[in-house]
Design a protein around this ligand. Structure first.
Ligand code: F6R
Length: 616
């Protein structure tokens, strides 16, 4: 789970590589490095522990010339974050440098073999093993770099996207991928590599998305050459596509952090998500996946939803939606548990995977398992063309736009929005919803963006409130029904960016244990909009109050009862209960953001985290 960048062209590579790395820092930022071939043919590798800015400072007095180079920002898997474990890795003779995103699973076996051939290793990484293996292939079998990479990759198992360059050869980059993302940019007399399009978009919009098992030679002044690991003779013609993203889409646009930008983008991302699907005039939802495969859902024994983290929380809301509106039983599974617990899967199950990045390893493995056992696979995913998207039988993109902040915000609300649209359109097909209920909810969905804008008017109030709570070491978040998963999501947001411990709990379950934690120091966020369990949650609020907990309540505009009981409250507009998570999560996102900022945290790059978790 790292970011890779490469450049070959007429310009100096270093500043382009640094810019690309900065855009990929969401994928990892514990160390970074760059390798460049200068005009004398020297292969210079510079690495540092820390962020890309540290690498830039470190290189200030180094020879950073060269029009070809590769660079890497790391999130440690094998070996601690350190300079020696950072990429690029040199081969033994220092003739080759390699960057890698992924995991070489059989690296220990290969390492043993190479040690028996006299190789020594500078790092604890799996990546260095691949680099040395390439050199071994070149020396032992007298191969070119391209052929050596090909032969080395035949020996490895695991996941990778790689970039390789060599001393005395400023005209070639070799790259390949297997289950890790890779895009190649094709500019005017220049080529770029990136883990995703954001790394290269500033330089070209013409890209190639290589497929798994393709090995690619990029050579100055020549056509890109692609061959397949499965069959060396099979030559693939590069297929150039246009990136749809704009640079503005991926920059901060005046906000202090990507997370804040993405919170405020939610009305727009929800509009994009509903565009062409929610027919606002007719008050209808037309969702292709459900139009086409409604009968598969209709015949389903049950729906299994699987995901990780925030996407799992969205999935939990999906359970409430599909069961209430469509009367289909739903199970929601954390993907990492599902994949290893030998679950019972029937061929008439519908399996829904939810993932922002579309690259989460556990979610992909859970999908593969369900697919193997014959379930129908539906994907809800943000990144177009991602691995999740490719594995599905059908699905719906969230179209939230690029999410760069490590803490997921707009991905969550758009995932819930897709689940709402799916459940409503399915319920209509199955006739499990009355026409008037359908139209009332759809009408409310048309107003959802404007209602989020109303919550944004409270941002200063929330910011002030956040300052009061920076002292806290623990938070409890409570909710019921549709807002129980929102409580969990609020807790996750707080812990990941502020490092304050927080737990999300079903409000009524509190008295079975967590109530023991409550004292006058303890902030308790109660997500309590006015719906059918209002009186129940009011009792839960009173229970907290009786133990002197400091309550922050999320209430519906015009609420009187809960407000009377609470020290602090944030009002949100009234909407349909099944849509309420899309509104109630917004103040929780803002609260955690402002608390983290007040505590001086690095909001967009919280410690130990990375945006896409492509390792298990
Ligand atoms: C939390 C967060 C993570 C992700 C999780 C799944 O803010 O971002 O919990 O939700 O890693 O990622 P995706 O949705 O890309 O599969």
């Amino acid at each position: 789970m790292c970011g890779i960048v490469g450049y070959m062209g007429k310009q100096q590579a270093f500043p382009i590589l640094i810019k690309g790395l900065q855009r990929l820092e969401y994928r990892g930022y514990d160390s970074a490095g760059v390798a460049l071939v200068n005009e004398n043919g020297d292969l210079n590798v510079y690495k540092t522990k820390g962020k890309v800015s540290d690498l830039e400072n470190f290189c200030a007095d180094k020879d950073i010339t060269g029009t070809v180079g590769i660079a890497h920002t790391r999130w440690a898997t094998h070996g601690e974050p350190s300079k020696r474990n950072a990429h690029p890795h040199y081969s033994q003779s220092k003739n080759i440098a390699l960057i890698h995103n992924g995991i070489i699973e059989n690296y220990l076996t290969i390492k043993k073999f190479l040690i028996s051939k006299g190789y020594t290793f500078q790092s604890e990484t799996d990546t260095e093993v691949l680099c040395q293996l390439i050199e071994y292939m070149m020396q032992e079998h007298n191969l070119t770099l391209y052929d050596a990479v090909y032969q080395a990759l035949k020996q490895v198992t695991g996941a990778y996207s790689i970039g390789v360059i060599e001393r005395n050869n400023p005209n070639t980059i070799i790259t390949s991928k297997m289950s890790s993302p890779l895009v190649i940019g094709v500019g005017r007399e220049e080529f770029l590599l990136g883990s995703d399009a954001s790394a290269i978009i500033e330089f070209t919009k013409n890209v190639i998305y290589p497929k798994d098992g393709q090995v690619i030679r990029i050579e100055r002044g020549k056509e890109i050459e692609i061959c397949c690991l499965e069959d060396r003779e099979q030559k693939i013609k590069p297929e150039i596509q246009q990136i749809q993203l704009s640079l503005e889409d991926i920059e901060k646009g005046g906000f202090d952090h990507f997370m804040l930008k993405e919170i405020f983008e939610q009305p727009k991302s929800l509009s994009l998500c509903m565009n062409g699907r929610l027919q606002r005039e007719k008050k209808e939802i037309i969702l292709n996946g459900i139009q086409e495969y409604g009968d598969v859902f209709a015949k389903a024994r049950r729906i299994i939803i699987s995901a990780c983290g925030t996407s799992w929380h969205a999935g939990l809301i999906g359970k409430y939606l599909f069961e209430a509106l469509c009367r289909i039983p739903v199970e929601v599974e954390v993907a990492s548990e599902f994949r290893y617990r030998n679950p019972v899967i029937y061929p008439d199950d519908v399996f829904i995977a939810i993932s922002q990045s579309g690259e989460t390893a556990d979610t992909l493995a859970a999908m593969e398992l369900a697919k193997k056992q014959g379930a129908f696979i539906y994907g809800i995913c943000n990144v177009v063309g991602s691995s999740v998207a490719r594995l599905t039988d059908s699905g719906t993109y969230t179209h939230a736009g690029p999410e760069i902040g490590v803490a997921s915000t707009k991905a969550f609300t758009t995932q819930v929005c897709v689940l709402v649209m799916m459940a409503l359109s399915l319920a209509k097909q199955l006739k499990t919803i009355k026409d008037e209920d359908y139209h009332r909810i759809v009408t409310e969905l048309c107003n959802i963006e404007a209602k989020i804008e109303k919550i944004f008017e409270k941002k200063d109030e929330i910011k002030e409130m956040s300052k009061i709570f920076t002292y806290a070491r623990n938070f409890l978040y409570l909710g019921r029904g549709y807002n129980y998963p929102v409580a969990m999501e609020g807790a996750l947001k707080l812990k990941e960016i502020s490092y304050i411990h927080a737990e999300g709990y079903p409000a009524a379950e509190m008295k079975h244990g967590p109530i023991a934690l409550i004292d006058e120091e303890m902030p308790i966020v109660v997500v309590a909009p006015h719906y059918h369990l209002y009186n129940k949650i009011l009792s839960n609020v009173q229970e907290v109050k009786a133990r002197k907990g400091r309550i922050i309540a999320i209430v519906t505009e015009g609420d009187t009862e809960i407000k009377k009981q609470t020290d602090y409250y944030i009002e949100i507009p009234k909407t349909e209960e099944c849509l309420s998570p899309i509104l109630s999560v917004i103040p929780l996102q803002l609260l955690s953001y402002y608390i983290a900022v007040a505590k001086g945290r690095d909001v967009d790059k919280p410690r130990n985290l990375a945006k896409s978790v492509t390792v298990e």
